[in-house]
Design a protein around this ligand. Sequence first.
Ligand SMILES: [Zn+2]
Length: 117
Amino acid sequence: MGKAEDQAERLARLAREAHERARARDLAADGGEASDAHHHPAEAATDAEARERDLQAHLRLREEEERLLRLAEAAQRGEYGICIDCGEPIPEARLEIVPDAERCVACQQAASGGRRH
Ligand SMILES: [Zn+2]
């Protein structure tokens, strides 16, 4: 099996895992809804915050899944591991640690630095 297939398979597996984690979160949230009626109004704000946090975590997992699926497709075309900003190859050591990295270290720092300011 070629390297591209290996990468595509790994990314597809990671995407499935993200999908499963998001689904497990859905099921947990549904279980929580059932007991909401018994809550005191004062707890409602806390519940809303908890739900908001859950929702954010859920959305992050969905985004992660979508990104991984996109990268799995890119891997099948032999385009995985190319920085989306500068087009340079992302070091394999970085991809080992951050399989869904879409940018090289320099561009990622520039991108996250931009968000902070
Ligand atoms: Zn780059």
